[in-house]
Design a protein around this ligand. Structure first.
Ligand SMILES: [Zn+2]
Length: 205
């Protein structure tokens, strides 16, 4: 089938981690997984975690605007409001090197029922047998989301927070990007199958 093994998906970038973070955050926007100012991203760089700033614009963000944080510390001034979540993921999962948060519309729409997402397509099932969907109330988001998401990403490549978006974690930025894109394509495929009333389009396990 030509699908690479997980270990072969490692992406060894020659770019600096900060430059690599900028370009992946920009790609999430460019390819429709975020709008101009939504989502956030981080990358581990030795003892530092670089996090996108609060209110970041993916179209204009520069390396100088990234905020340095420590995995075991409090977020640096001006970091994304989701920075505590990113740091909790690194603390709980030492092998993780990058975290991406995006708002893929098909993924968000197709998981509004709150049930874990099971891809109907082959590649989606190959990568994600099941994608957990977390229900976190907006009122308690900043308090509950760091530990809930960090725990989910300990055993899954990506998770969804119902009505909000996805959090993907991997050893590299490109692999976290792959999980984000792949889930959105699976959700889009499911949407098409259900809209066209194709048998199997509503299959769940
Ligand atoms: Zn968000």
């Amino acid at each position: 089938m030509g699908l690479p093994q997980i270990g072969e998906l490692r992406h060894h970038s020659s770019m600096s981690p900060k430059a690599d973070l900028i370009r992946h955050y920009r790609w999430l926007r460019r390819y429709g997984l975020n709008d101009s100012h939504s989502g956030n991203a981080s990358v581990r760089d030795g003892e530092t975690v670089w996090v996108t700033p609060t209110g970041a614009c993916a179209d204009t963000l520069t390396e100088e605007e990234l905020v340095a944080c420590r995995p075991d510390g409090t977020p640096g001034a001006g970091a994304s409001l989701d920075a505590p979540l990113h740091l909790a993921v690194y603390q709980a999962n030492p092998e993780i090197g990058a975290v991406l948060h995006s708002h893929g519309p098909y993924t968000v729409a197709m998981t509004l029922d709150g049930r874990d997402f099971v891809p109907v397509d082959f590649e989606g099932q190959y990568y994600f047998q099941r994608v957990p969907v977390l229900a976190i109330s907006y009122d308690h988001y900043t308090r509950e989301s760091p530990q809930r998401v960090a725990q989910a990403l300990g055993s899954h490549k990506i998770c969804v927070v119902r009505g909000h978006g996805t959090y993907a974690a991997a050893e590299s930025l490109n692999l976290a990007y792959k999980w984000s894109c792949s889930l959105e394509l699976s959700a889009k495929t499911t949407y098409i199958a259900r809209t066209a009333d194709i048998p199997g389009g509503t299959e769940t396990r």
